[in-house]
Design a protein around this ligand. Structure first.
Ligand SMILES: [Zn+2]
Length: 246
């Protein structure tokens, strides 16, 4: 049985009940706990796995150190090996919301970065304090300050962020929708999840996002660095507080 990805439809849910399906992990690893459903985003697409806690029916609080994709559509929650959980038990899942919400804001900001830097994406990663995308820029060049202004204008315009599913065949017919050159969108189930930001961005993505761009808040392009002849690394951070200067 696979794990229902509750975070997909309810990215703002912080706490939920789930039932333990299995606790079999590779021996010597952290204690791997699989549940029937999860609020915990598993590491993927540049977005880190969620952390948080499981609270047992008898009131124990167990730390979830990381979340990973397992085989057969299951999600692996990595706990300390002495978690004591067994199949059939119910647990209350609580994600580290401050961290996850920062990931949602930064992930949405990076989609907007791919709007103002319209070039192929060759890599990227998301953190709570910063995020980065690498682009194959060729001969193009960009100014940090100007990019920051354009990004913050898109954020302030408060575009809705929504998701929908299309078939793999539809995506194959519109290859221009795929901005990432290095990472192919996840396939296999016949359906591809698309994330839409108003009328400015539309691309395959399995990550979690805020509901509207204003929630991202002010950002700044902190640096643009050479990563080889054609590649440039753009790093985004949260803008400094008003009055703190840029
Ligand atoms: Zn994404």
């Amino acid at each position: 049985m696979s794990t229902a990805l509750t975070f997909r439809e309810l990215p703002y849910a912080r706490e939920s009940l789930a039932t333990v399906l299995s606790t079999t992990g590779a021996i010597g690893e952290d204690g791997v706990v699989v549940t029937d459903a999860t609020l915990f985003y598993p590491h993927g697409g540049g977005q880190p796995g969620d952390r948080g806690v499981f609270i047992t029916a008898d009131g124990r609080t167990l730390t979830v150190h990381d979340t990973r994709k397992g085989a057969n559509g299951q999600v692996h929650h990595l706990l300390d090996p002495n978690h004591g959980l067994e199949a059939g038990q119910s647990v209350t899942q609580q994600i580290d919301w401050a961290r996850r919400y920062a990931h949602m804001r930064m992930h949405t900001a990076l989609h907007l970065l791919s709007v103002v830097v319209p070039h192929g994406v060759t890599g990227g990663s998301i953190g709570a304090d910063r995020g980065r995308l690498d682009f194959d820029l060729g001969e193009a060049s960009f100014d940090k300050e100007e990019l920051s202004e354009r990004l913050n204008a898109l954020i302030a315009a408060d575009y809705p962020v929504t998701s929908e599913w299309i078939s793999e065949a539809e995506l194959d017919a519109r290859p221009e929708l795929v901005k990432t050159m290095s990472v192919a969108p996840p396939r296999g189930a016949g359906e591809i999840r698309m994330v839409r930001i108003g009328d400015v961005d539309y691309q395959p993505c399995g990550g979690t996002h805020v509901a509207s761009t204003a929630e991202v808040g002010p950002v700044q392009v902190a640096s643009i660095k050479n990563r080889g002849a054609r590649n440039r690394r753009f790093t985004l951070t949260w803008a400094e507080a008003p009055g703190g200067g840029q």
